[in-house]
Design a protein around this ligand. Structure first.
Ligand SMILES: CC(C)(COP(=O)(O)OP(=O)(O)OC[C@H]1O[C@@H](n2cnc3c(N)ncnc32)[C@H](O)[C@@H]1OP(=O)(O)O)[C@@H](O)C(=O)NCCC(=O)NCCS
Length: 234
């Protein structure tokens, strides 16, 4: 008797990178409005998951959202509904489809191997910079450090692999960049609220480990957080 085939799991969503350049100014404005709407929903619906506050960001002027979306150091990804698959370009897809979630990856910061920030708190590199060690050293011995921010999936899109797809895509870009740069190691860091079970489980599923045995990081808002770190040796 032939084996019973595995059920086919249809993937109903996909991930796109928000482009930095647009042929039409109105497309950029629409993307910014959609990004802002999703971000504010995250802050409003899950206030404890973020160190930023809805009350602050809702007051941001357009220019601040524009700077976020076009920041050359940051890449924002969108999980979108992809039940009717198409080969349209990312801008057309992002304008047309329902958005389900987002994550932003910032970096890289380049560090020579053995730098003390690597052994202690690599996310410190993303606090206001003192520039003491950046961009030094030979490519072959370099570590590229990235931070993930703003991970959020709408309730309706949860437990369907969207969070995982967003992380996989962001990490995939970081890895590719590091390989091209000839780096020896990549660290991807995400700071998660200590009792945010869903987020911690998600990161663990994506091979992140909690850093330094639950070292607690205090945010300016006095939240207790842990650093989840993916350590890739290339
Ligand atoms: C955390 C969050 C992004 C997860 O998104 P998601 O799309 O549901 O994640 P996925 O479907 O890709 O889940 C992947 C794995 O993560 C784990 N996971 C996700 N949500 C979970 C939950 N509520 N409880 C336990 N494990 C969970 C599971 O292991 C899951 O795999 P499984 O469904 O096969 O068991 C989402 O719950 C969210 O937006 N929460 C509010 C904002 C937030 O906490 N952001 C993180 C800031 S650090």
């Amino acid at each position: 008797m032939s084996p019973i085939p595995e059920p086919t799991i249809l993937q109903n969503s996909n991930v796109a990178l928000i482009p930095k350049e647009y042929a039409q100014q109105t497309d950029l404005e629409t993307i910014i409005t959609r990004y802002k709407t999703l971000r504010l929903r995250g802050l409003q619906e899950n206030p404890n998951a973020f160190s930023s506050k809805y009350e602050d960001e809702v007051e941001f002027p357009y220019e601040k959202w524009l700077a976020r979306v076009t920041n050359p150091e940051a890449r924002s990804f969108i999980a979108y509904d992809d039940r009717t698959q198409s080969n349209a370009d990312p801008v057309a897809l992002l304008l047309d489809r329902e958005w389900l979630g987002t994550v932003t990856i910032v970096g890289p910061r380049l560090l020579p191997e053995g730098n003390r920030a690597l052994a202690k708190t690599p996310w410190g590199l993303f606090l206001p910079l003192d520039n003491e060690v950046l961009d030094e050293g030979k490519p072959g011995s370099m570590t590229l450090v990235y931070m993930l921010y703003g991970m959020f999936v709408l309730e309706m899109g949860r437990r369907k692999g969207n969070g995982r797809r967003l992380i996989d895509r962001a990490v995939g870009e970081a890895r590719m960049e590091a390989v091209e740069a000839g780096a020896s190691r990549v660290l991807v860091v995400s700071i998660a609220e200590r009792y945010n079970h869903a987020a911690r489980q998600l990161y663990e599923k994506c091979s992140f480990d909690v850093w330094d045995d639950e070292l607690v990081v205090k945010t300016p808002e006095s939240q207790e957080c842990v650093a989840m770190v993916l350590d890739l040796k290339l």
